[in-house]
Design a protein around this ligand. Sequence first.
Ligand code: NAD
Ligand code: WQD
Length: 343
Amino acid sequence: MRPKVLVTGGTGYIGSHTILDLLENGCDAVCIDSCINSDTSCLKAIKELTGTEIPFYKADLCDLKATEQVFRDHPDIAGIIHFAALKAVGESVEKPLLYFRNNLESLINILDLSLRYGVKAFIFSSSCTVYGDVTHSPVDENTPWQEAASPYGRTKQIGEQIITDTLRHTDMKSILLRYFNPAGAHPSGKMGESPINPPQNLVPVITETAIGKRKSMTVFGTDYPTRDGSCIRDYIHVCDLAHAHTLALKYIFEGRQDEQTGIFNLGIGNGLTVLEIIEAFQRVTGVSLSYILGDRRPGDVMAIYSDHTKAGRLLGWEPKMTIDDIVSTAWTWEKNRSAAGKS
Ligand code: NAD
Ligand code: WQD
């Protein structure tokens, strides 16, 4: 029997790719999203790619009653993947209460309902941001946390603690997945990042600049003590990331997880500089990018990349996509979006 998985934030960037991966790997999916940072166009793409129309609820997880309706309609939900959250670091500094309320109240509500309705597996979207300003990479799951650099980062640290404390004396198991820098789009060109708020992350900024939505872009800092002076990050293709969620659920469903709460880093395990990403984009697409070398962005960590050995060993997860795959799929998606008249 195909286990039924409730995906919160499922019309968002990583959630939509994960729904596709679940459907392709023997699970059924139900989606809930308030569409505060997405629209429902991915549901059409999912139907085109899989032939499946999944049940969708447009609701805010902070609304307990509306969220409970999903559980009433689907009492057979076996697992939850909880993506729903606001994620703009800068906005979280300006509006911390918006982030604490949205990201934590929604988490508390979905945990409460999961326990009341007997769900057995809970996967949480965490982030490498929990590690803060690290001094050494690669970081593994035991690397101690530093002070969170933003209220957004704090919601991930607190979120992890809420889950760990809540599940301690229950029979629900959870996995906290700490993503590094998700990027790229589905190779079909039908699905990718389609946010309502203007993206701030490097790869969409590059593609938006290349297509002409932005006149130019800035490399934030070229005086770091790295091989070319720009920051180092661990870029992971969104499809590889999505597949890790399916594997994490199966790890719990198949009774292979001993710990109440497991923690896994998800990155490629290799650091690339901002200038190397720009070089890869220009080389792979043949498009020349307008960019300037600018000042450091406040709050940026000089270098961070993952040790994902644990996910390989226990989940059997191995990222397959390269940086060339990331920039080429992101570029195809940007061109398709623009051709469809999307901003
Ligand atoms: P996204 O904004 O594309 O998706 C999040 C979705 O959640 C959106 O569709 C939004 O409308 C929805 N949402 C937000 N608050 C909600 C609420 N209260 N009720 C219902 N729906 C709500 O972002 P994403 O990049 O897909 O990120 C998914 C998760 O992964 C988030 O928790 C994010 O913090 C985490 N994460 C993202 C990154 C990244 O760089 N993209 C890195 C690490 C962790
Ligand atoms: C990557 C590199 C920038 C834009 C953020 C969150 C983190 C996690 C992932 C959610 C940095 C440089 C960027 C630009 C640039 N998200 N850059 N010009 O900051 O590593 O991580 O997303 O959990 O919490 O903080 O990602 O894509 O913003 O930046 O030079 O216009 O690209 O300085 O070195 P970051 P990013």
